[in-house]
Write a new protein. Structure first.
Length: 111
């Protein structure tokens, strides 16, 4: 494998502008793949709760915490937009890359 910083930056720039689609290959369980697919289906500028995302993935709403745990490990956050998932109380919640970046991403997408 070769490191490709220029290619990575170009991909992230496209993702930040909402351009796509992107193809990714994920090593995950069937349940996790369902969650990732539901996450990828959240429209730009929209949000949903962890419980709603669980439901969209075909799981009971009670899986909200499990969904949050999975999203916390998301290393390709601009391609799989976990910043679009918020707690049921409407707050920002935690974000692997920092609450300020999450707020900025949501603000940018809503414009």
């Amino acid at each position: 494998l070769l490191r490709d910083d220029a290619g990575t930056h170009a991909l992230l720039d496209r993702a930040a502008r909402g351009e796509g689609p992107f193809s990714v290959h994920l090593l995950a369980s069937e349940r996790e793949l369902g969650i990732w697919a539901a996450l990828a289906g959240i429209p730009r500028g929209k949000t949903c709760t962890y419980a709603e995302l669980a439901q969209q993935a075909g799981l009971p709403r009670g899986y909200a915490r499990s969904v949050g745990t999975l999203l916390a490990g998301n290393k390709i956050a601009l391609i799989l937009p976990c910043h679009r998932v918020i707690p049921a109380d409407g707050g920002a919640g935690k974000y692997r890359w920092g609450a300020d970046l999450k707020a900025d991403l949501l603000h940018t997408e809503r414009r």
